[in-house]
Design a protein around this ligand. Sequence first.
Ligand SMILES: CC[C@H](C(=O)O)C(=O)SCCNC(=O)CCNC(=O)[C@H](O)C(C)(C)COP(=O)(O)OP(=O)(O)OC[C@H]1O[C@@H](n2cnc3c(N)ncnc32)[C@H](O)[C@@H]1OP(=O)(O)O
Length: 300
Amino acid sequence: MAVSLWKKIFQTTKERILQQRRVSLYNVAHGYEEELIKKKLQQFAGGSINLSKEDNGIGILTLNNPQLMNAFTGTMMLELQEKVAELENWKDGKGLIICGAGNTFCSGSDLNAVKAISNCQDGMNMCMFMQNTLTRLMRLPLISVALIQGKAIGGGAELTTACDFRLMTPGSEIRFVHKHMGLVPGWGGAARLVQIVGSGAALRLLSGALKVDPERALRLGLSEETLLSSEESASLEEARAWLSQYTEGPASVIRAVKQVVTAGRELPLEDALRTEKDVFGTVWGGPANLQALVRRPKHK
Ligand SMILES: CC[C@H](C(=O)O)C(=O)SCCNC(=O)CCNC(=O)[C@H](O)C(C)(C)COP(=O)(O)OP(=O)(O)OC[C@H]1O[C@@H](n2cnc3c(N)ncnc32)[C@H](O)[C@@H]1OP(=O)(O)O
């Protein structure tokens, strides 16, 4: 009786945590019309978002539009949402590296598409579509890294802030150019930048549209490390090695670690504590815990 009760609690808890992650920021109550903007974005084709899910639990998500410095076309925005949904259902996933094709990261929205959706309704719907998608990306129970090779400009800079960590190659650059476009970030990049570097540094980077090279990014805490290589495949291998330090171990435990940190970052204390309790319940007495109790590792 007790076992079946615990199993029911366990299942309910997992479903609740899963549901919390997938709740969209915006819906019709906010004037958001998802089907309308999806139809509109479909009209701006080009490029692709490629996802490779590897047996070791590491996913590689590649922005693939190198002719336009990996600018986001409308269909790439749609594909990003699809890939994030796929990653939400990847139960063996532990880590994710986001990079761009052609040894450069991303130059933001495709300006050809932007011109065609510059009216208020389309712009606001695109903004809410990308905020929904990048918030779900940020909340994935995977440890995510933006591998910044070349340029991360505008919306591309915003995308880097939706990852847990950023790694930069020599000579690469993050730049929030929105001011020069008569804009502010709209994909959630401002809110996340303040959380990462603090409001003072965020205000300087945004109001100055400052170029952030690897050294400045390290000083600001915007980047974790400057890689040795600026060569495309070598820097990806370096990023894999860096991430593997944090994804070694059972997927259930790595995913639980990301979940409790996300709760601590986003929720009021008492809610975060309750989520931590719920997540603890998914690993306590689980296979990894029981095997460790038998093995009794020495933590020297
Ligand atoms: C909320 C997000 C926000 C929004 O949605 O409103 C945005 O993200 S707005 C877009 C902000 N991004 C930009 O303004 C970047 C514009 N591009 C550049 O500044 C440069 O291309 C740069 C610095 C990324 C790279 O410069 P580089 O000299 O190395 O290359 P090229 O400029 O020659 O670019 C090669 C080729 O790509 C085209 N390109 C680059 N970025 C975009 C883009 N965002 N949209 C459309 N096309 C882009 C560029 O025009 C060149 O094409 P070509 O046919 O050879 O002229």
